[in-house]
Design a protein around this ligand. Structure first.
Ligand SMILES: NC(=O)c1ccc[n+]([C@@H]2O[C@H](COP(=O)([O-])OP(=O)(O)OC[C@H]3O[C@@H](n4cnc5c(N)ncnc54)[C@H](OP(=O)(O)O)[C@@H]3O)[C@@H](O)[C@H]2O)c1
Length: 257
């Protein structure tokens, strides 16, 4: 399938590793120019060098002014942004009985505020061009809250509400807004969560992983490339009539529809 991404400009947040990197690689493989973002300069440089056409921004998304600086750097590199992939680090684990007001504020700052700021920066030009794609990397916890990831459940639900509302507001302007929800994809973040689970329950990380994989109908963790392919599809031309959607990439993990 031709995705129509040749020459498009994709800004992918949190793309030095994991799901963001897999998304950046999938978009680049379809011919997009990619702007790589992350805090680790050596990882930014390494991916920029590996992709056919890319520029890098070393930035901590949580810092004040970071969204504006990232957007400006992307425009300076390629003149515009056609595809915005929202992504970043996840908040620390914690159960709901240990959740408090400060943790709630931190979750919203991390998972909503800076992403809204980036959309605010980039949406006007997308609307003017009558073409744009916003794809947010979320979590299956948006649809089925994960008991040990309260901050993630809360912050991502807020982002989901914003993006669903936004999708309707900009649908006539050629801009689509969607989320891709990972269940358990084999990345550093999931290895850290397995390690935390292992420590909580007195098992090895491998045992924690095996037990976690056992909860997935597909019987395994997903591969980052399987996730990136869905992001690239939603960013492409054939997905022009798909908006306001949440697409799970979870091997059947979420039991509901
Ligand atoms: N993997 C899964 O199965 C899964 C499931 C549910 C939800 N998620 C969520 O999806 C997102 C991506 O997950 P992942 O598994 O790909 O995680 P990961 O392997 O830890 O990668 C996170 C990426 O985000 C970047 N990043 C982290 N904090 C940042 C910050 N403050 N500013 C800029 N960049 C930052 C990291 O790069 P630097 O370190 O270079 O900054 C890295 O490129 C996370 O929010 C995660 O919680 C993942």
């Amino acid at each position: 399938m031709e995705l129509g991404l040749i020459g498009k400009v994709a800004l992918v947040l949190g793309s030095t590793a994991g799901l963001g990197r897999a998304s950046a690689e999938a978009l680049a493989a379809e011919g997009a120019h990619v702007v790589v973002v992350g805090r680790r300069r050596e990882m930014v440089d390494e991916l920029v060098a590996a992709l056919p056409s890319a520029a890098g921004v070393v930035a901590d998304l949580t810092e004040p002014g970071a969204p504006q600086r990232i957007a400006a750097a992307a425009r300076e590199a390629f003149g515009r942004v056609d595809v915005l992939v929202l992504n970043g680090g996840g908040p620390p684990p914690g159960t709901a009985d240990a959740f408090d007001a400060d943790t709630a504020q931190a979750a919203v700052d991390l998972l909503l505020k800076q992403h809204v700021a980036l959309v605010t920066e980039l949406l006007p030009a997308m609307r003017e061009a009558d073409w744009g794609r916003i794809v947010a990397i979320g979590s299956s916890g948006v649809q089925q809250p994960i008991p040990t990831l309260t901050a993630s459940n809360v912050g991502r639900a807020a982002l989901a509400a914003y993006l669903k509302t936004l999708a309707g507001a900009v649908a006539k302007d050629g801009v689509t807004v969607n989320m891709v929800l990972p269940g358990r994809i084999d990345t550093d973040r999931v290895a850290q969560l397995d390690q935390a689970a292992a420590e909580r329950t007195g098992r090895t990380r491998e045992e924690a992983r095996t037990s976690s994989e056992g909860t997935i109908p597909a019987g395994r963790y997903g591969r980052p490339a399987e996730f990136g392919a869905v992001v690239a599809f939603l960013a492409g031309e054939p997905a022009a009539f798909v908006t306001g959607e949440q697409v799970r990439v979870d091997g059947g993990l979420v039991a509901g529809y």
